[in-house]
Design a protein around this ligand. Structure first.
Ligand code: NAD
Length: 448
C-alpha cells in the first residue's frame, strides 16, 4: 500500500492498473502484457528558453508523453504548473489511455506540461512559453498522431496559440484538428467549455437514477461541495446548481467558502471575476483550501488537483458520494478508507471523461469542416456518459457476483487470494478500459 510520503501519481496510476489486472483473463499467460500496456510509448523532454518581460531569459522544462496509440492517436491536455515533472505527466497520460478506452472513443492517451507558475506569467510570457513548447515538440504532435487540449492553467486562449504555432509550421494544411478546446471562432466545438463538468453531471445523475446511492435518486435537492473553481469546478457549480442541487461550499487555490443554506453561484462567479478568488465572499464562512473536502454534504466534487483526498483526511470526509472531476484526486490509501466507510467514488477516468469526449467531437467536426449544434453535442455526450456508467456499474456487479460465488479465477489468483481486493467502481472502470486496450494490442500483435 502506498504511504502518504509516496504521493507520486505514477505509483498511484500503477497501483490502480494493478488492481484490475487479476480480473482480466488476457493477462493469464503473462505475455508481458502488463509492461507492454503500462509503459509509455514515447517520452519527450524539451528545454524552453523564453525571453521574459523584463528582458532576462528563463529556461522552462516541458514534457509530452504519448502513453499509447494502440486504439488511435494520442489525446490529452497539457498543463502549466510548478509541480509538473516527467512522472506526473506519465501518470496523467496513462489515465488518458484508460479514459478514452472506457468511453470507447478512437484515441490513445497522452499528456503534456510545462513546469511553471502560470499565475506569475504575463499574457505575453504565457504566449511565448506556449509557442516555444509547441515548436519544440515539432511533429511529436499532429492531427493524426497526438492531439493536445487544455488542462490545469491552460485554456482556450492557450489552445489558440497552439493552433497558430502549429499552423505556421504546417502551411497549407487543415490544422484545426491538431488541438481541441479551441475558441469557437477558431474551430472550437460548442459545448467543449462545459464538457468536463457536464460529463461529470451526466455520470452522477445516471448513477443516482440507477439507485447507486440509497435515498438519493437525483441531483435535485442534493448538497454539493466543490474543490476548485476553474474550468471543471466552476462549470460543475453552475450545472449542478442548475440541476437543483444546493452548492454548500466551493474553493480555489486561495481558500474556500461555506454556507449550509446554499451559495449564490452566479454572484460568486462575479466575485471571482472581480477579485480573482472565491474567498471573502460576503456572508459565507471562510474555509482553508482543503477544508472544503470535509464539509457536510451528499456529494463532493474534487475539481482541482491530484492527491487531495489522502489517508490523513479520508476519515473526515462527510460526503456519501465523491465525483472525481479532477484527475487522481484520491490516493489508494484514501480509497481503501473510503471503501471501508461506505463512501462511493465515481472514478476520474469515468467522471471527468466528458472533456475528452467533446474534444473527440471537436476533432471530428474539424476533420469534416462542420459545426454541430450545442444540443447535438450534449445529447451525444449524455449518451456516451450514460453508456459508460452502465458498463462500469454492471461490470462491478458481475465481479462481486463472481467473487461471491467463487465462479472464476483471475490471472491465476483464486478469488479468496488477499491480492484480489473487493472491486470498487474504480477497479470496474479499469477492468473495462484496460481490457479493451489489452484486446487491441493482442489483435494488432507486434510489428515486425
Ligand atoms: P483550471 O486551471 O481551469 O482550474 C483549476 C482550479 O483549481 C482553479 O480554481 C485553482 O484556483 C484551483 N486550485 C489549484 N490548486 C488548488 C488547491 N491546492 N486547492 C484548491 N484549489 C486549487 O483547471 P481545470 O481544467 O479545471 O482542471 C482541474 C482538474 O480537472 C485537473 O485535475 C485536470 O486534470 C482535470 N480535468 C480537466 C479537464 C478539462 O477539460 N479542463 C478535463 C478532465 C480533467
Amino acid at each position: 500500500m502506498i504511504t502518504e510520503g509516496e504521493l507520486n501519481p505514477l505509483r498511484v496510476a500503477n497501483h490502480q492498473f494493478n488492481q484490475a489486472v487479476p480480473f482480466l483473463e488476457q493477462f493469464h499467460d503473462g505475455a508481458g502484457l502488463r509492461e507492454w500496456l503500462f509503459e509509455p510509448e514515447q517520452v519527450v523532454r524539451v528545454s524552453l528558453p523564453v525571453r521574459m518581460d523584463d528582458g532576462h531569459v528563463e529556461v522552462f522544462r516541458g514534457y509530452r508523453v504519448l502513453h499509447s496509440n494502440a486504439r488511435g492517436p494520442g489525446k490529452g491536455g497539457f498543463r502549466f504548473h510548478p509541480s509538473v515533472n516527467e512522472e506526473e505527466v506519465r501518470a496523467l497520460a496513462a489515465w488518458m489511455t484508460w479514459k478514452c478506452a472506457l468511453l470507447d472513443i478512437p484515441f490513445g492517451g497522452a499528456k503534456g506540461g510545462v513546469a511553471c507558475d502560470a499565475r506569475m506569467l504575463s499574457e505575453g510570457e504565457k504566449a511565448r512559453v506556449t509557442r516555444r513548447y509547441i515548436s519544440a515538440l515539432g511533429d511529436n504532435i499532429g492531427p493524426h498522431t497526438d492531439i493536445p487540449a487544455p488542462d490545469l492553467y491552460t485554456d482556450q486562449q492557450t489552445m489558440a496559440w497552439v493552433f497558430d504555432t502549429y499552423s505556421m509550421m504546417h502551411p497549407g494544411e487543415n490544422c484545426f484538428p491538431v488541438v481541441t478546446g479551441k475558441p469557437l471562432d477558431l474551430g472550437g466545438s460548442l459545448g467543449r467549455d462545459s464538457a468536463t463538468a457536464m460529463g461529470s453531471m451526466y455520470v452522477t445523475e445516471h448513477f443516482l437514477e440507477l439507485g447507486g446511492l440509497p435515498g438519493l435518486t437525483s441531483l435535485d435537492g442534493a448538497d454539493v461541495a466543490i474543490q476548485g473553481f476553474g474550468n471543471a469546478g466552476r462549470w460543475a457549480a453552475k450545472l449542478y446548481d442548475g440541476a437543483g442541487a444546493r452548492i454548500v461550499a466551493v474553493s480555489d487555490s486561495r481558500g474556500g467558502i461555506y454556507d449550509p443554506n446554499g451559495l449564490d453561484v452566479s454572484r460568486i462567479e462575479d466575485h471571482k471575476d472581480a477579485t480573482g478568488s472565491v474567498v471573502d465572499f460576503p456572508g459565507t464562512k471562510p474555509l482553508a483550501t482543503k477544508e472544503v473536502l470535509e464539509v457536510l454534504c451528499d456529494i463532493l466534487v474534487p475539481a482541482a488537483m491530484e492527491n487531495q483526498i489522502l489517508a490523513s483526511n479520508a476519515g473526515r470526509i462527510q460526503a456519501r458520494l465523491i465525483v472525481e472531476a479532477a484527475n487522481g484526486p484520491t490516493t489508494p490509501e484514501a480509497d481503501a478508507t473510503l471503501q471501508e466507510r461506505g463512501i462511493i467514488v465515481l472514478p476520474d477516468i469515468l467522471a471527468n471523461a466528458g472533456g475528452v469526449v467533446v474534444s473527440y467531437y471537436e476533432w471530428v467536426q474539424n476533420l469534416q469542416n462542420q459545426q454541430w449544434e450545442e444540443h447535438e453535442v450534449q445529447e451525444k455526450l449524455r449518451k456516451k456518459m450514460y453508456r459508460a456508467t452502465n458498463q462500469v456499474v454492471t461490470i462491478r456487479a458481475g465481479l462481486l457476483d463472481a467473487i461471491e460465488h467463487h465462479r472464476s479465477t483471475w490471472a491465476g489468483l483464486h478469488p479468496d487470494d488477499p491480492r484480489v481486493d473487493t472491486p470498487t467502481l474504480r477497479t470496474a472502470a479499469y477492468v473495462v478500459a484496460v481490457g479493451r486496450c489489452a484486446n487491441t494490442l493482442l489483435e494488432r500483435g507486434i510489428w515486425p
